[in-house]
Design a protein around this ligand. Structure first.
Ligand code: NAI
Length: 274
């Protein structure tokens, strides 16, 4: 059911690689809620071509941009305003990539060139986007920027390796830039800390399947899926959450507040005491 929450709003959605991508679901929901937006991804991801299906379905234009490249981002924000006919109201940062994870390099042996690449793609790209948008004055007052993150920024998950540190940086950028952009233009910046989700980026992590099941058994509501994450992002883009900024918001079915569940205790063979 749609509520027209984003009627008349203009956005930029990054990171829709295929129909499993969280960004793909956000685009579908934002479209249902009345928004118009531009889709963007790294030029290399475009070659797979699936994004065109989403563009057709949502009546969107695609503007390629490598999120590490300031010129690409300047073009993205400039052209998006032309295409959409005005300033931007919402931005989704849904970009993550670690070469150390891809190459299965243990955290303690991280390759620093790969580490730097991961920082640039997955965290600094948010700073670059915001800096470009601010310089161009491309985001409307009360506009909303959401970046997706994971709880490894607060607690250690050994298999998440350098992405844990990178997500901590991403969340910090959201707070730091959120202060400045908030004071100057009332632009809101938040991170959504999402449950493990079966996507290309998620499934690339070693042991992801087992961990997905473990998180699902801990969370009282079970893991939050990509579609419910998209619904949450839509509320954050809407005017109903106008005073929410500089927050890291857990969207995880209660996982982050649960120490252990009876389900997991039983699997470990521990009997309930009363
Ligand atoms: P995905 O693989 O579908 O999306 C990642 C996107 O980043 C892809 O579209 C990819 O093309 C894009 N990207 C990579 N390098 C880029 C660059 N240089 N410039 C522009 N775009 C680039 O996977 P998913 O899971 O939808 O990831 C989206 C976000 O959600 C990421 O930030 C990820 O860390 C985060 N997240 C994912 C979770 C999961 O379990 N899947 C859990 C919590 C957060």
């Amino acid at each position: 059911m749609a509520y027209n929450l984003l009627k008349g709003k203009r956005g930029i959605i990054t990171g829709a690689l295929d129909e499993n991508s969280i960004a793909w679901k956000v685009a579908e929901k934002a479209h249902e809620e009345g928004a118009t937006f531009v889709l963007t991804n790294a030029p290399i991801a475009m070659r797979m071509g699936e994004i065109k299906v989403l563009a057709e379905k949502t009546g969107s234009e695609i503007i390629p941009a490598d999120a590490t490249n300031v010129d690409d981002l300047t073009n993205l924000f400039t052209k998006s305003q032309e295409v959409l006919g005005g300033k931007i109201d919402f931005v989704l940062h849904s970009i993550g990539m670690s070469v150390n994870i891809r190459k299965k390099i243990p955290y303690t042996e991280s390759n620093y060139d790969y580490f730097m690449k991961g920082i640039d793609v997955s965290a600094m790209s948010l700073h670059k986007m915001l800096s470009v948008a601010r310089k161009l004055d491309a985001i409307n007052e009360w506009g909303s920027v959401v970046a997706l993150t994971y709880m490894a920024a607060q607690r250690t998950y050994p298999f998440y390796t350098d992405m844990a540190d990178i997500k901590a940086m991403l969340e910090s950028i959201a707070r730091s830039f959120g202060y400045h952009y908030g004071v100057e233009k009332k632009v809101r910046i938040n991170t959504v800390s999402q449950s493990p989700t079966k996507t290309t980026a998620g499934s690339g992590i070693k042991g992801f399947g087992d961990f997905f099941d473990f998180a699902n058994a801990i969370a009282p509501l079970g893991n939050a899926d990509a579609e419910s994450c998209a619904n949450y992002c839509v509320t954050l883009f809407s005017d109903l959450t106008k005073m929410v900024t500089m927050q890291n918001l857990f969207h995880d079915g209660g996982y982050s507040s649960t120490g252990i569940s009876m389900d997991v205790m039983e699997r470990l063979g521990v009997e309930e005491q009363s």
